[in-house]
Design a protein around this ligand. Structure first.
Ligand code: SF4
Length: 445
């Protein structure tokens, strides 16, 4: 019964709600001048987070959905790092005071493709222009195929505390089918190097829904991953959108598992991780019991942002690098995604803003309802609306209630954890901008 119910909704296209409103609703009307004012208005007493985007990889994985470019040449990566130094200065010049930083997240692409001395120089520049708090989390997305002793030393010198490893699958045939050859021994070596470098927090990313993936090889990969004792997992379903990501056409649609198989694979990975002591967090994350993320969930302090589930409670995230998205108290702002345009504008001393979104009180209310649902599978829209002094947003949950997906306790809306894969569908009922016919989002399961 549960399977049939989930499959009924599995092919709906719904956002991942790492923001609300979601990025397709950002507008070019919001420009560098607005962003400059927002930066100048940041409270110097409140810490901020920094997100740095590195849009380069050595080779392209066919499943990739990120904003990145494959290149074997290190020269463009080196040049990019130089411009990033300048963007750090430009942003710091726009703030009214030296800001405190509580979180730094390096994403991509492959931040570990940066030459190690460049990574260190960028971290030095951040420390020179901002007050990085002594207990700040400094997290880096790591490609185990491009990580070596020199980068491990750069991590030590820069005080990196957390690494997210793109593991995806340990199955050789699946790895070949998606152009990401990454033997188990290589991941083990990378984990050892990171631990030796004092990186105490480890996240693994796993994928399901890839060509040649089966329930059996998903379970085997999850078990191998557990044996390396990471603290956290993110488990994503492959989103096949070749109209947006042309390299994905290297994966034949006929080779992809169908919705029922995808659900079975997701369930199999979740069951394996739970049996290994991992606690489910929100839609698709897992954390070892006692991990900070699991504790934040228990304490009602879990947040969701562009990097997924997080303990980061800073009221502002400043995005740096081509395509990087920032999240400020007044709204969202995104840098131009065209690397040459980003470079030209930063070299001109400009903020390279391409678009953004100014939040209204109504948006903030809907955002908090959606964020609570995505984090805790539960929200009290009436209480949140009362606190905001606004009317309760209307949402038709009747079909979800009739199917047993959603229950109500007073004014509280509760998603049954058995239907966790559908929490985005429930959250979408509070999204007044969602066009359900839109193909811009990936399928629900
Ligand atoms: S390494 Fe990561 S960002 Fe780069 S192509 Fe592969 S999946 Fe995409």
């Amino acid at each position: 019964m549960r399977t049939e119910t989930i499959l009924k909704y599995a092919n709906e296209r719904v956002p991942r709600y790492t923001s609300y409103p979601t990025a397709p609703h950002f507008s070019p009307d919001l420009d560098a001048r607005d962003y400059g004012q927002w930066l100048a208005g940041l409270d110097p007493n409140a810490p901020v987070s920094l997100y740095l985007h590195v849009p380069f990889c050595r080779t392209m994985c066919w499943y990739c959905g990120c904003h990145t470019k494959a290149t074997r040449r290190i020269a463009p990566v080196d040049a990019y790092a130089d411009i990033l130094l300048k963007e750090i200065d430009t942003v710091a010049n726009h703030t009214a005071a030296r800001l405190k930083v509580s979180h730094i997240h390096w994403g991509g692409g492959s931040p570990t493709y940066l030459p190690p001395r460049r990574f260190e120089a960028l971290m030095d520049r951040i420390r020179h222009r901002f007050d990085v708090l002594p207990d700040a989390e400094i997290a880096v997305e790591v490609d185990p195929r491009i990580f070596d002793d020199a980068m491990a030393s750069a991590f030590v010198a820069s005080g990196v505390t957390r690494a997210s490893l793109g593991v995806q699958t340990f199955d050789d045939s699946v790895q070949r089918a998606v152009n990401r050859i990454q033997p188990r021994e290589l991941v083990e070596e990378c984990v050892d190097m990171l631990r030796d470098a004092g990186v105490t927090g480890l996240n693994f990313d796993l994928l399901y829904g890839l060509p040649l993936q089966t329930v059996e090889n998903c379970i085997a990969s999850a078990r191998m991953a557990l044996a390396l004792r990471p603290d956290r997992f993110s488990v994503f379903g492959y989103a096949h959108v070749p109209h947006m990501k042309p390299h994905q056409s290297m994966i034949a649609e006929n080779d992809l598992p169908g919705a029922a198989q995808r659900l079975a694979q997701a369930d199999a990975i979740a069951g394996t991780l739970a049996a290994g002591g991992q606690v489910p967090i929100g839609l698709d994350h897992f954390a070892r019991a006692g991990d900070e993320l699991a504790r934040a969930l228990e304490a009602g302090a879990l947040r969701r942002n562009f990097q997924g589930y997080t303990t980061d409670t800073a009221p502002a995230i400043i995005g740096l690098g081509a395509s990087a998205i920032g999240w400020l108290p007044r709204g969202y702002v995104q840098n131009t995604a065209h690397t040459h345009d980003w470079e030209r504008r930063v070299l001109n001393g400009e903020l390279p803003t391409a678009r953004g979104y100014r939040l209204t009180p109504e948006d903030r209310l809907r955002r908090s309802i959606i964020e609570q649902l995505m984090c805790t599978l539960s929200a009290d829209p009436a209480a949140l609306a009362a606190a905001a002094g606004l009317a309760v947003p209307q949402a038709d949950l009747s079909a979800f209630q009739a199917a047993g997906i959603v229950a109500r306790e007073g004014s509280r809306v509760i998603v049954d954890p058995a239907y966790r894969p559908l929490v985005r569908n429930v959250a979408a009922a509070y999204d007044e901008r969602l066009q359900t016919s839109s193909a811009r989002h990936a399928v629900a399961v």
